[in-house]
Design a binder for this molecule. Structure first.
Ligand code: PLP
Length: 596
Protein backbone atom coordinates (compact mmCIF):
# COMPACT_ATOMS: atom_id res chain seq x y z
CA UNK A 1 0.00 0.00 0.00
CA UNK A 2 1.29 3.47 -0.86
CA UNK A 3 2.30 5.76 2.01
CA UNK A 4 1.33 8.76 -0.09
CA UNK A 5 -1.23 10.13 2.30
CA UNK A 6 0.86 10.38 5.44
CA UNK A 7 2.18 13.90 4.86
CA UNK A 8 3.50 14.46 8.35
CA UNK A 9 5.57 11.27 8.32
CA UNK A 10 6.92 11.99 4.84
CA UNK A 11 7.77 15.59 5.70
CA UNK A 12 9.59 14.53 8.88
CA UNK A 13 11.64 11.90 7.05
CA UNK A 14 12.60 14.37 4.31
CA UNK A 15 13.67 16.85 6.95
CA UNK A 16 15.63 14.41 9.14
CA UNK A 17 17.44 12.64 6.30
CA UNK A 18 20.63 14.38 5.18
CA UNK A 19 22.64 11.57 3.59
CA UNK A 20 20.71 9.49 1.09
CA UNK A 21 21.97 6.35 -0.66
CA UNK A 22 20.15 5.84 -3.97
CA UNK A 23 20.19 2.13 -4.79
CA UNK A 24 19.78 1.52 -8.51
CA UNK A 25 21.00 5.00 -9.50
CA UNK A 26 21.43 5.23 -13.26
CA UNK A 27 23.98 7.14 -15.32
CA UNK A 28 21.33 7.51 -18.04
CA UNK A 29 19.85 10.99 -17.57
CA UNK A 30 16.48 9.87 -18.96
CA UNK A 31 15.89 7.34 -16.18
CA UNK A 32 13.69 8.30 -13.21
CA UNK A 33 16.52 7.46 -10.77
CA UNK A 34 18.71 10.09 -12.44
CA UNK A 35 15.88 12.65 -12.15
CA UNK A 36 15.50 11.93 -8.45
CA UNK A 37 19.22 12.01 -7.78
CA UNK A 38 19.59 15.35 -9.54
CA UNK A 39 16.64 16.82 -7.69
CA UNK A 40 17.88 15.63 -4.29
CA UNK A 41 21.34 17.11 -4.92
CA UNK A 42 19.73 20.36 -5.99
CA UNK A 43 17.80 20.48 -2.74
CA UNK A 44 21.00 20.19 -0.70
CA UNK A 45 21.00 16.50 0.19
CA UNK A 46 24.24 14.52 0.31
CA UNK A 47 23.54 11.74 -2.20
CA UNK A 48 25.52 8.49 -2.68
CA UNK A 49 24.69 6.55 -5.86
CA UNK A 50 24.72 2.75 -5.44
CA UNK A 51 24.94 0.51 -8.50
CA UNK A 52 27.31 -2.48 -8.95
CA UNK A 53 27.46 -2.00 -12.74
CA UNK A 54 28.65 1.59 -12.39
CA UNK A 55 30.91 1.25 -9.35
CA UNK A 56 33.80 3.72 -9.55
CA UNK A 57 32.06 5.92 -12.14
CA UNK A 58 30.47 9.14 -11.16
CA UNK A 59 26.90 10.46 -11.50
CA UNK A 60 26.54 14.23 -11.31
CA UNK A 61 29.89 14.39 -9.57
CA UNK A 62 29.06 11.70 -6.96
CA UNK A 63 31.13 8.51 -6.99
CA UNK A 64 29.07 5.36 -7.42
CA UNK A 65 29.59 2.48 -4.97
CA UNK A 66 28.76 -1.18 -5.67
CA UNK A 67 26.60 -1.85 -2.64
CA UNK A 68 25.30 -0.27 0.54
CA UNK A 69 27.88 -2.14 2.60
CA UNK A 70 30.64 -0.39 0.64
CA UNK A 71 29.62 2.94 2.16
CA UNK A 72 31.87 3.76 5.09
CA UNK A 73 30.11 6.77 6.54
CA UNK A 74 26.71 7.29 8.18
CA UNK A 75 23.68 7.02 5.87
CA UNK A 76 20.29 8.37 6.96
CA UNK A 77 18.07 7.07 4.21
CA UNK A 78 18.20 4.31 1.60
CA UNK A 79 16.11 5.12 -1.48
CA UNK A 80 15.47 2.05 -3.65
CA UNK A 81 15.00 1.85 -7.42
CA UNK A 82 15.10 -1.95 -7.73
CA UNK A 83 12.54 -4.66 -8.38
CA UNK A 84 10.34 -5.45 -5.39
CA UNK A 85 11.77 -8.97 -5.01
CA UNK A 86 15.27 -7.57 -4.51
CA UNK A 87 14.15 -5.36 -1.63
CA UNK A 88 14.43 -7.80 1.31
CA UNK A 89 18.20 -8.15 0.71
CA UNK A 90 18.54 -4.37 0.38
CA UNK A 91 16.57 -3.94 3.62
CA UNK A 92 19.04 -6.25 5.39
CA UNK A 93 21.95 -4.11 4.13
CA UNK A 94 20.13 -0.93 5.17
CA UNK A 95 19.80 -2.34 8.68
CA UNK A 96 23.46 -3.42 8.65
CA UNK A 97 24.75 0.08 7.80
CA UNK A 98 22.55 1.70 10.47
CA UNK A 99 20.26 3.72 8.17
CA UNK A 100 17.22 5.37 9.77
CA UNK A 101 14.82 5.25 6.85
CA UNK A 102 14.08 2.82 4.02
CA UNK A 103 12.27 4.46 1.13
CA UNK A 104 10.95 2.25 -1.70
CA UNK A 105 10.14 4.11 -4.90
CA UNK A 106 6.85 4.16 -6.76
CA UNK A 107 5.64 0.67 -7.69
CA UNK A 108 8.40 -0.87 -5.53
CA UNK A 109 6.41 -2.72 -2.90
CA UNK A 110 7.73 -5.35 -0.50
CA UNK A 111 6.08 -6.16 2.80
CA UNK A 112 8.94 -8.53 3.54
CA UNK A 113 11.46 -5.69 3.19
CA UNK A 114 9.24 -3.53 5.39
CA UNK A 115 9.21 -6.18 8.12
CA UNK A 116 12.99 -6.65 7.98
CA UNK A 117 13.66 -2.91 8.07
CA UNK A 118 11.15 -2.20 10.83
CA UNK A 119 12.51 -5.06 12.93
CA UNK A 120 15.92 -3.41 12.49
CA UNK A 121 14.56 -0.09 13.78
CA UNK A 122 14.11 1.71 10.43
CA UNK A 123 11.05 3.68 9.39
CA UNK A 124 9.72 2.62 6.00
CA UNK A 125 7.77 4.30 3.21
CA UNK A 126 6.80 2.48 0.02
CA UNK A 127 5.42 3.14 -3.42
CA UNK A 128 6.10 6.90 -3.55
CA UNK A 129 8.84 9.16 -4.88
CA UNK A 130 10.89 11.51 -2.64
CA UNK A 131 11.24 14.04 -5.49
CA UNK A 132 7.49 14.28 -6.00
CA UNK A 133 6.76 14.34 -2.27
CA UNK A 134 9.46 16.90 -1.50
CA UNK A 135 8.34 19.29 -4.21
CA UNK A 136 4.70 18.78 -3.31
CA UNK A 137 5.21 19.44 0.38
CA UNK A 138 7.36 22.46 -0.31
CA UNK A 139 4.71 23.85 -2.60
CA UNK A 140 7.43 24.66 -5.11
CA UNK A 141 5.99 26.49 -8.04
CA UNK A 142 6.63 23.91 -10.68
CA UNK A 143 5.51 23.14 -14.16
CA UNK A 144 2.25 22.12 -12.58
CA UNK A 145 0.18 23.17 -9.60
CA UNK A 146 0.74 21.05 -6.55
CA UNK A 147 -1.92 20.13 -4.07
CA UNK A 148 0.20 21.15 -1.11
CA UNK A 149 -2.79 21.51 1.19
CA UNK A 150 -0.42 23.64 3.22
CA UNK A 151 -1.96 26.61 4.95
CA UNK A 152 0.35 29.12 6.48
CA UNK A 153 0.53 32.81 7.20
CA UNK A 154 4.29 32.75 7.60
CA UNK A 155 6.56 34.08 4.95
CA UNK A 156 8.34 31.40 2.97
CA UNK A 157 12.04 31.21 2.33
CA UNK A 158 13.11 31.50 -1.27
CA UNK A 159 14.24 28.05 -2.47
CA UNK A 160 15.34 26.54 0.86
CA UNK A 161 18.98 25.45 0.68
CA UNK A 162 18.23 22.40 2.84
CA UNK A 163 15.18 20.23 2.47
CA UNK A 164 12.56 21.98 4.49
CA UNK A 165 9.14 20.47 3.95
CA UNK A 166 6.95 22.75 5.96
CA UNK A 167 5.69 20.10 8.32
CA UNK A 168 5.77 22.51 11.23
CA UNK A 169 3.27 24.68 9.43
CA UNK A 170 1.27 21.82 7.98
CA UNK A 171 -2.28 22.43 8.98
CA UNK A 172 -4.71 20.52 6.91
CA UNK A 173 -8.23 21.66 6.58
CA UNK A 174 -11.16 19.71 5.29
CA UNK A 175 -13.19 22.89 5.21
CA UNK A 176 -13.83 24.50 1.89
CA UNK A 177 -14.20 27.95 3.47
CA UNK A 178 -10.58 27.76 4.68
CA UNK A 179 -9.12 26.09 1.61
CA UNK A 180 -10.81 28.57 -0.74
CA UNK A 181 -8.93 31.39 0.94
CA UNK A 182 -5.60 29.79 1.80
CA UNK A 183 -4.84 26.79 -0.43
CA UNK A 184 -1.99 27.58 -2.79
CA UNK A 185 -1.43 31.12 -1.58
CA UNK A 186 1.18 31.45 1.12
CA UNK A 187 2.66 34.96 1.35
CA UNK A 188 4.79 35.83 -1.67
CA UNK A 189 8.29 34.45 -1.00
CA UNK A 190 10.04 37.46 -2.50
CA UNK A 191 8.08 40.49 -1.33
CA UNK A 192 6.03 39.12 1.57
CA UNK A 193 2.86 40.32 -0.18
CA UNK A 194 -0.05 38.55 1.48
CA UNK A 195 -2.23 38.42 -1.64
CA UNK A 196 -0.65 36.45 -4.49
CA UNK A 197 0.83 39.02 -6.90
CA UNK A 198 0.07 39.02 -10.60
CA UNK A 199 3.30 37.74 -12.13
CA UNK A 200 2.78 39.56 -15.41
CA UNK A 201 5.73 37.81 -17.06
CA UNK A 202 6.36 35.89 -20.20
CA UNK A 203 9.65 34.31 -19.09
CA UNK A 204 11.75 33.42 -16.07
CA UNK A 205 15.50 33.72 -15.48
CA UNK A 206 17.68 30.59 -15.15
CA UNK A 207 20.34 30.39 -12.41
CA UNK A 208 22.85 28.92 -14.87
CA UNK A 209 23.08 26.45 -17.76
CA UNK A 210 22.80 23.48 -15.40
CA UNK A 211 19.59 24.87 -13.88
CA UNK A 212 18.20 25.57 -17.36
CA UNK A 213 18.92 22.04 -18.56
CA UNK A 214 17.28 20.59 -15.43
CA UNK A 215 14.14 22.64 -16.15
CA UNK A 216 14.03 21.80 -19.86
CA UNK A 217 14.61 18.10 -19.14
CA UNK A 218 11.73 18.24 -16.59
CA UNK A 219 14.16 17.14 -13.88
CA UNK A 220 13.58 20.23 -11.76
CA UNK A 221 10.32 22.00 -11.00
CA UNK A 222 10.27 25.65 -11.93
CA UNK A 223 9.15 28.19 -14.47
CA UNK A 224 10.62 28.52 -17.94
CA UNK A 225 8.15 30.34 -20.14
CA UNK A 226 4.64 31.64 -19.56
CA UNK A 227 2.99 29.31 -22.04
CA UNK A 228 3.85 26.37 -19.77
CA UNK A 229 3.52 27.83 -16.27
CA UNK A 230 3.29 31.03 -14.24
CA UNK A 231 3.47 31.52 -10.44
CA UNK A 232 0.08 33.30 -10.17
CA UNK A 233 -1.57 30.58 -12.24
CA UNK A 234 0.26 27.88 -10.24
CA UNK A 235 -1.27 29.28 -7.04
CA UNK A 236 -4.72 28.96 -8.60
CA UNK A 237 -3.87 25.45 -9.79
CA UNK A 238 -2.96 24.43 -6.26
CA UNK A 239 -6.14 25.95 -4.89
CA UNK A 240 -8.44 24.24 -7.38
CA UNK A 241 -6.65 20.89 -6.90
CA UNK A 242 -6.95 21.21 -3.11
CA UNK A 243 -10.65 21.98 -3.31
CA UNK A 244 -11.35 19.07 -5.65
CA UNK A 245 -9.18 16.62 -3.70
CA UNK A 246 -6.81 16.14 -6.67
CA UNK A 247 -3.02 15.92 -6.83
CA UNK A 248 -2.56 18.67 -9.37
CA UNK A 249 -4.31 20.81 -11.91
CA UNK A 250 -3.72 22.72 -15.12
CA UNK A 251 -5.38 26.04 -15.76
CA UNK A 252 -6.29 27.00 -19.30
CA UNK A 253 -7.60 30.00 -21.20
CA UNK A 254 -11.24 28.80 -21.14
CA UNK A 255 -13.39 25.83 -20.19
CA UNK A 256 -13.29 24.57 -23.76
CA UNK A 257 -9.50 24.85 -23.81
CA UNK A 258 -9.44 22.80 -20.59
CA UNK A 259 -11.51 20.08 -22.30
CA UNK A 260 -9.06 19.94 -25.19
CA UNK A 261 -6.06 19.79 -22.84
CA UNK A 262 -7.82 17.15 -20.70
CA UNK A 263 -8.44 14.88 -23.67
CA UNK A 264 -5.12 15.29 -25.50
CA UNK A 265 -3.15 12.77 -23.37
CA UNK A 266 -5.96 10.22 -23.59
CA UNK A 267 -6.83 10.34 -27.28
CA UNK A 268 -5.24 9.51 -30.63
CA UNK A 269 -6.73 9.50 -34.14
CA UNK A 270 -9.36 6.77 -34.31
CA UNK A 271 -10.10 6.82 -30.57
CA UNK A 272 -13.54 7.55 -29.16
CA UNK A 273 -15.18 9.41 -26.29
CA UNK A 274 -18.31 8.07 -24.62
CA UNK A 275 -20.17 11.31 -23.86
CA UNK A 276 -23.45 12.15 -22.23
CA UNK A 277 -26.22 13.38 -24.52
CA UNK A 278 -26.99 16.04 -21.91
CA UNK A 279 -23.80 18.09 -22.17
CA UNK A 280 -23.57 21.84 -22.58
CA UNK A 281 -24.35 22.54 -26.26
CA UNK A 282 -20.90 24.00 -26.93
CA UNK A 283 -19.29 20.79 -25.71
CA UNK A 284 -21.48 18.68 -27.98
CA UNK A 285 -20.34 20.82 -30.91
CA UNK A 286 -16.70 20.69 -29.83
CA UNK A 287 -16.79 16.89 -29.52
CA UNK A 288 -18.89 16.10 -32.58
CA UNK A 289 -17.56 18.67 -35.04
CA UNK A 290 -14.14 20.09 -34.19
CA UNK A 291 -12.62 17.10 -32.39
CA UNK A 292 -13.73 14.98 -35.33
CA UNK A 293 -11.09 16.82 -37.37
CA UNK A 294 -8.43 15.52 -34.95
CA UNK A 295 -9.66 12.00 -35.81
CA UNK A 296 -11.43 11.74 -32.43
CA UNK A 297 -15.10 10.81 -32.36
CA UNK A 298 -17.83 10.79 -29.75
CA UNK A 299 -20.47 8.19 -28.97
CA UNK A 300 -23.32 10.10 -27.33
CA UNK A 301 -25.37 8.06 -24.85
CA UNK A 302 -27.97 8.66 -22.19
CA UNK A 303 -25.67 8.33 -19.19
CA UNK A 304 -28.60 7.30 -16.98
CA UNK A 305 -28.93 4.16 -19.05
CA UNK A 306 -26.40 1.80 -17.48
CA UNK A 307 -26.70 -0.82 -20.20
CA UNK A 308 -26.23 1.76 -22.96
CA UNK A 309 -23.13 3.16 -21.27
CA UNK A 310 -21.67 -0.33 -20.76
CA UNK A 311 -22.28 -1.17 -24.40
CA UNK A 312 -20.67 2.06 -25.58
CA UNK A 313 -17.61 1.59 -23.33
CA UNK A 314 -17.13 -1.95 -24.67
CA UNK A 315 -16.01 -0.45 -28.01
CA UNK A 316 -12.23 -1.07 -27.86
CA UNK A 317 -11.44 2.38 -29.27
CA UNK A 318 -13.08 4.20 -26.37
CA UNK A 319 -10.58 6.02 -24.14
CA UNK A 320 -12.76 7.93 -21.69
CA UNK A 321 -16.28 8.55 -20.39
CA UNK A 322 -17.33 12.22 -20.20
CA UNK A 323 -20.34 13.65 -18.34
CA UNK A 324 -21.30 16.74 -16.33
CA UNK A 325 -21.90 16.36 -12.58
CA UNK A 326 -24.76 18.79 -12.98
CA UNK A 327 -25.79 19.21 -16.60
CA UNK A 328 -26.12 22.59 -18.29
CA UNK A 329 -28.94 23.35 -18.74
CA UNK A 330 -31.71 21.40 -17.14
CA UNK A 331 -30.51 20.56 -13.65
CA UNK A 332 -29.74 16.93 -14.53
CA UNK A 333 -27.52 15.14 -12.00
CA UNK A 334 -25.16 12.36 -13.15
CA UNK A 335 -24.71 9.14 -11.22
CA UNK A 336 -20.95 9.63 -10.95
CA UNK A 337 -20.24 6.45 -8.96
CA UNK A 338 -22.07 4.30 -11.50
CA UNK A 339 -20.25 5.90 -14.43
CA UNK A 340 -16.90 5.51 -12.64
CA UNK A 341 -17.51 1.83 -12.12
CA UNK A 342 -18.38 1.24 -15.77
CA UNK A 343 -15.41 3.30 -16.98
CA UNK A 344 -12.96 1.54 -14.66
CA UNK A 345 -14.28 -1.92 -15.59
CA UNK A 346 -13.47 -0.94 -19.18
CA UNK A 347 -9.97 0.32 -18.27
CA UNK A 348 -10.73 3.98 -19.08
CA UNK A 349 -10.98 7.10 -16.90
CA UNK A 350 -14.13 9.02 -16.04
CA UNK A 351 -13.88 12.73 -16.83
CA UNK A 352 -16.47 14.95 -15.14
CA UNK A 353 -17.22 18.53 -16.09
CA UNK A 354 -18.18 20.01 -12.72
CA UNK A 355 -18.54 23.62 -13.83
CA UNK A 356 -22.12 23.99 -12.60
CA UNK A 357 -21.61 22.32 -9.24
CA UNK A 358 -18.13 23.55 -8.22
CA UNK A 359 -16.34 21.78 -5.35
CA UNK A 360 -18.55 23.74 -2.95
CA UNK A 361 -21.46 21.49 -3.91
CA UNK A 362 -19.88 18.28 -5.26
CA UNK A 363 -16.41 16.74 -5.44
CA UNK A 364 -16.54 14.17 -8.27
CA UNK A 365 -13.20 12.58 -7.28
CA UNK A 366 -14.76 11.52 -3.96
CA UNK A 367 -17.27 9.50 -6.01
CA UNK A 368 -14.75 7.82 -8.30
CA UNK A 369 -14.09 10.35 -11.09
CA UNK A 370 -10.48 10.39 -12.30
CA UNK A 371 -10.35 13.81 -13.91
CA UNK A 372 -12.45 16.91 -13.28
CA UNK A 373 -12.71 19.79 -15.74
CA UNK A 374 -14.08 23.24 -15.11
CA UNK A 375 -14.99 26.32 -16.95
CA UNK A 376 -13.65 28.67 -14.25
CA UNK A 377 -15.38 31.41 -16.25
CA UNK A 378 -18.53 30.51 -14.31
CA UNK A 379 -18.99 30.05 -10.56
CA UNK A 380 -15.32 29.52 -9.62
CA UNK A 381 -14.32 33.04 -10.62
CA UNK A 382 -17.93 33.95 -10.04
CA UNK A 383 -18.15 37.58 -11.14
CA UNK A 384 -18.42 37.38 -14.91
CA UNK A 385 -15.03 39.01 -15.43
CA UNK A 386 -12.47 36.29 -16.23
CA UNK A 387 -12.45 33.54 -18.83
CA UNK A 388 -10.69 30.36 -17.76
CA UNK A 389 -10.69 26.61 -17.41
CA UNK A 390 -9.06 23.97 -15.25
CA UNK A 391 -8.22 20.27 -15.51
CA UNK A 392 -7.81 18.47 -12.18
CA UNK A 393 -6.26 15.03 -11.81
CA UNK A 394 -7.09 12.65 -8.96
CA UNK A 395 -3.68 11.01 -9.50
CA UNK A 396 -5.34 7.63 -9.03
CA UNK A 397 -5.74 6.25 -12.56
CA UNK A 398 -2.96 3.81 -13.48
CA UNK A 399 -2.05 4.86 -17.03
CA UNK A 400 0.26 1.90 -17.54
CA UNK A 401 -2.51 -0.58 -16.73
CA UNK A 402 -5.42 1.07 -18.55
CA UNK A 403 -6.73 0.31 -22.01
CA UNK A 404 -3.75 1.94 -23.71
CA UNK A 405 -2.59 5.52 -23.13
CA UNK A 406 0.69 5.78 -25.04
CA UNK A 407 1.11 9.52 -24.41
CA UNK A 408 1.44 8.81 -20.70
CA UNK A 409 2.67 5.24 -20.54
CA UNK A 410 5.14 5.09 -23.46
CA UNK A 411 8.32 7.08 -24.15
CA UNK A 412 7.62 10.70 -25.18
CA UNK A 413 9.82 11.58 -28.17
CA UNK A 414 9.52 15.32 -27.54
CA UNK A 415 11.17 14.85 -24.12
CA UNK A 416 14.04 12.56 -25.09
CA UNK A 417 12.02 9.42 -24.56
CA UNK A 418 10.98 9.81 -20.92
CA UNK A 419 7.83 7.93 -19.94
CA UNK A 420 5.57 10.28 -18.00
CA UNK A 421 3.84 7.63 -15.86
CA UNK A 422 7.18 6.13 -14.86
CA UNK A 423 8.93 9.43 -14.21
CA UNK A 424 6.15 11.41 -12.55
CA UNK A 425 3.87 8.76 -11.03
CA UNK A 426 0.64 10.36 -9.82
CA UNK A 427 1.65 13.69 -11.37
CA UNK A 428 2.16 12.18 -14.85
CA UNK A 429 -1.10 13.51 -16.30
CA UNK A 430 -0.78 17.01 -14.83
CA UNK A 431 2.86 17.30 -15.88
CA UNK A 432 1.97 16.12 -19.38
CA UNK A 433 -0.77 18.74 -19.59
CA UNK A 434 1.73 21.50 -18.85
CA UNK A 435 4.85 20.15 -20.52
CA UNK A 436 3.16 18.93 -23.72
CA UNK A 437 -0.48 20.13 -23.79
CA UNK A 438 0.09 23.79 -22.93
CA UNK A 439 3.50 23.86 -24.57
CA UNK A 440 2.29 22.59 -27.95
CA UNK A 441 -1.31 23.78 -28.13
CA UNK A 442 -0.84 26.96 -26.12
CA UNK A 443 -4.23 27.72 -24.48
CA UNK A 444 -2.66 29.14 -21.32
CA UNK A 445 -4.59 31.09 -18.70
CA UNK A 446 -3.57 34.76 -18.46
CA UNK A 447 -1.99 35.64 -15.08
CA UNK A 448 -4.53 38.46 -14.64
CA UNK A 449 -7.37 35.98 -15.05
CA UNK A 450 -5.71 33.62 -12.57
CA UNK A 451 -5.58 36.52 -10.11
CA UNK A 452 -9.26 37.41 -10.63
CA UNK A 453 -10.23 33.75 -10.26
CA UNK A 454 -8.17 33.37 -7.06
CA UNK A 455 -9.94 36.42 -5.64
CA UNK A 456 -13.36 35.23 -6.73
CA UNK A 457 -12.80 31.81 -5.24
CA UNK A 458 -12.22 33.23 -1.76
CA UNK A 459 -15.98 33.61 -1.40
CA UNK A 460 -16.92 30.44 -3.30
CA UNK A 461 -18.56 28.61 -0.40
CA UNK A 462 -20.55 31.67 0.71
CA UNK A 463 -21.63 32.46 -2.82
CA UNK A 464 -22.70 28.93 -3.70
CA UNK A 465 -24.87 28.69 -0.59
CA UNK A 466 -26.57 31.97 -1.51
CA UNK A 467 -26.91 30.98 -5.19
CA UNK A 468 -28.68 27.76 -4.18
CA UNK A 469 -30.94 29.47 -1.65
CA UNK A 470 -32.02 32.12 -4.17
CA UNK A 471 -32.50 29.51 -6.91
CA UNK A 472 -34.79 27.50 -4.62
CA UNK A 473 -36.99 30.55 -4.04
CA UNK A 474 -37.16 31.60 -7.69
CA UNK A 475 -37.76 28.03 -8.92
CA UNK A 476 -40.56 27.62 -6.35
CA UNK A 477 -42.14 30.87 -7.54
CA UNK A 478 -41.99 29.86 -11.23
CA UNK A 479 -43.34 26.42 -10.40
CA UNK A 480 -46.53 28.06 -9.12
CA UNK A 481 -46.88 30.50 -12.02
CA UNK A 482 -49.86 30.06 -14.37
CA UNK A 483 -47.77 30.79 -17.51
CA UNK A 484 -45.08 28.26 -16.59
CA UNK A 485 -45.68 24.65 -17.65
CA UNK A 486 -42.66 23.05 -16.06
CA UNK A 487 -39.58 23.89 -14.00
CA UNK A 488 -36.57 21.61 -14.35
CA UNK A 489 -34.62 22.14 -11.15
CA UNK A 490 -33.33 19.17 -9.19
CA UNK A 491 -33.75 21.17 -5.98
CA UNK A 492 -37.56 20.99 -6.27
CA UNK A 493 -39.14 18.00 -4.54
CA UNK A 494 -40.80 15.85 -7.19
CA UNK A 495 -38.13 16.62 -9.78
CA UNK A 496 -36.82 13.50 -11.53
CA UNK A 497 -33.28 14.30 -10.33
CA UNK A 498 -34.15 15.29 -6.76
CA UNK A 499 -32.87 12.10 -5.11
CA UNK A 500 -29.71 11.98 -7.20
CA UNK A 501 -29.05 15.63 -6.25
CA UNK A 502 -29.52 14.71 -2.58
CA UNK A 503 -26.87 12.00 -2.98
CA UNK A 504 -24.24 13.99 -4.88
CA UNK A 505 -24.87 17.59 -3.86
CA UNK A 506 -26.66 17.72 -0.52
CA UNK A 507 -26.30 21.52 -0.22
CA UNK A 508 -28.35 21.88 -3.40
CA UNK A 509 -28.01 21.48 -7.17
CA UNK A 510 -26.59 24.89 -8.08
CA UNK A 511 -28.49 27.84 -9.39
CA UNK A 512 -28.87 27.19 -13.11
CA UNK A 513 -32.13 25.70 -14.25
CA UNK A 514 -34.64 25.75 -17.05
CA UNK A 515 -38.36 26.34 -17.25
CA UNK A 516 -40.88 25.90 -20.05
CA UNK A 517 -43.47 28.57 -20.67
CA UNK A 518 -46.95 28.30 -22.12
CA UNK A 519 -45.90 29.33 -25.64
CA UNK A 520 -43.28 28.62 -28.28
CA UNK A 521 -40.13 30.04 -29.90
CA UNK A 522 -41.55 33.58 -30.25
CA UNK A 523 -42.82 33.77 -26.67
CA UNK A 524 -39.45 32.49 -25.45
CA UNK A 525 -37.63 35.31 -27.27
CA UNK A 526 -40.17 37.87 -26.01
CA UNK A 527 -39.86 36.83 -22.37
CA UNK A 528 -36.11 37.40 -22.51
CA UNK A 529 -36.63 40.81 -24.08
CA UNK A 530 -39.10 41.76 -21.33
CA UNK A 531 -36.68 41.17 -18.44
CA UNK A 532 -34.93 44.17 -16.90
CA UNK A 533 -32.93 42.92 -13.93
CA UNK A 534 -31.99 39.62 -15.56
CA UNK A 535 -29.27 40.15 -18.16
CA UNK A 536 -29.76 38.49 -21.54
CA UNK A 537 -26.45 36.83 -22.22
CA UNK A 538 -24.72 33.50 -22.81
CA UNK A 539 -23.08 32.86 -19.49
CA UNK A 540 -23.84 31.30 -16.14
CA UNK A 541 -22.39 31.54 -12.67
CA UNK A 542 -22.24 35.31 -12.25
CA UNK A 543 -23.24 37.36 -9.20
CA UNK A 544 -25.80 38.87 -11.59
CA UNK A 545 -28.88 36.89 -12.63
CA UNK A 546 -28.83 35.85 -16.25
CA UNK A 547 -31.44 34.61 -18.70
CA UNK A 548 -31.16 32.88 -22.07
CA UNK A 549 -33.35 31.23 -24.65
CA UNK A 550 -31.20 28.19 -25.64
CA UNK A 551 -33.13 27.32 -28.83
CA UNK A 552 -32.30 30.71 -30.36
CA UNK A 553 -28.77 31.03 -28.95
CA UNK A 554 -26.44 28.41 -27.40
CA UNK A 555 -28.09 25.38 -28.99
CA UNK A 556 -29.03 26.87 -32.37
CA UNK A 557 -26.08 25.13 -34.10
CA UNK A 558 -27.27 21.67 -33.06
CA UNK A 559 -29.40 19.53 -35.34
CA UNK A 560 -33.07 19.07 -34.36
CA UNK A 561 -32.22 15.54 -33.25
CA UNK A 562 -29.30 16.68 -31.09
CA UNK A 563 -31.46 19.46 -29.60
CA UNK A 564 -34.19 16.97 -28.71
CA UNK A 565 -31.61 14.59 -27.23
CA UNK A 566 -30.16 17.45 -25.17
CA UNK A 567 -33.70 18.24 -23.95
CA UNK A 568 -33.91 21.71 -25.52
CA UNK A 569 -37.43 22.82 -26.49
CA UNK A 570 -38.50 26.04 -28.26
CA UNK A 571 -40.44 27.23 -25.20
CA UNK A 572 -37.59 26.63 -22.78
CA UNK A 573 -35.68 29.35 -20.93
CA UNK A 574 -32.50 29.00 -18.93
CA UNK A 575 -31.72 31.11 -15.91
CA UNK A 576 -28.64 31.44 -13.76
CA UNK A 577 -29.81 32.84 -10.47
CA UNK A 578 -27.45 35.42 -9.00
CA UNK A 579 -26.96 37.05 -5.65
CA UNK A 580 -29.49 39.90 -5.94
CA UNK A 581 -32.41 39.81 -3.48
CA UNK A 582 -34.79 37.02 -4.62
CA UNK A 583 -37.80 39.33 -4.24
CA UNK A 584 -36.40 41.64 -6.94
CA UNK A 585 -35.73 38.66 -9.20
CA UNK A 586 -39.25 37.31 -8.81
CA UNK A 587 -40.74 40.76 -9.48
CA UNK A 588 -38.71 41.03 -12.71
CA UNK A 589 -39.85 37.60 -13.92
CA UNK A 590 -43.44 38.30 -12.88
CA UNK A 591 -43.53 41.48 -15.00
CA UNK A 592 -41.82 39.79 -17.96
CA UNK A 593 -44.21 36.82 -17.91
CA UNK A 594 -47.21 39.14 -17.70
CA UNK A 595 -46.09 40.85 -20.92
CA UNK A 596 -45.61 37.80 -23.22
N1 PLP B 1 -18.75 23.36 -19.57
C1 PLP B 1 -19.91 23.92 -19.21
C2 PLP B 1 -20.84 23.12 -18.35
C3 PLP B 1 -20.26 25.19 -19.62
O1 PLP B 1 -21.41 25.72 -19.25
C4 PLP B 1 -19.36 25.90 -20.46
C5 PLP B 1 -19.71 27.23 -20.98
O2 PLP B 1 -20.83 27.68 -20.88
C6 PLP B 1 -18.16 25.29 -20.82
C7 PLP B 1 -17.88 24.03 -20.35
C8 PLP B 1 -17.16 25.99 -21.69
O3 PLP B 1 -16.52 26.97 -20.92
P1 PLP B 1 -15.87 28.30 -21.53
O4 PLP B 1 -16.96 29.13 -22.03
O5 PLP B 1 -15.13 28.88 -20.36
O6 PLP B 1 -14.95 27.85 -22.62
Amino acid sequence: MSDRNDDLKIARILQEAHVIAVVGASTNWKRPSFFVLKYLLEQGYDVIPVNPKEAGNSILGQTVVASLTDIHRPVDMVDVFRRSEECPEIAKDAVAIGAKFLWLQQKVISNEAREIAEAGGLEVVMDICPKIEHSRLNGLLGVHGFDSRVLTSRRRKVMPPKPAPRDAGLSHSKHIETLSIHAGTAPDPVSGARVTPIYQNTSFVFDDAEHASGLFNLQLPGNIYGRLSNPTTAALEQRIAALEGGVGSTCCSSGHAAQMIALLPLMEPGRKIVASTRLYGGTITQFSKTFERFGWSAIFVDTDDKVAVEKAVSDPDVRLVFAESLANPGGVVSDIAMLAEIAHDGGVPLVIDSTMATPALCRPIDHGADIVVHSTTKFLSGHGNAMGGAVVDSGLFDWAKGRGFPALAEPEPAYHGITFSETFGPLAYTNYNHAVGLRDLGPTMAPMNAFLTLTGMETLALRMRAHVEHAMQVAGFLNQHAKVLEVSYAGLPGSRWHDMAGKYMPLGPGSVFTFNIDGGFEEGCRLVANCNLFSHLANIGDTRSLILHPASTTHRQLSDEQRTKAGIADNMLRVSIGLEHPEDLMNDLQAALAAI
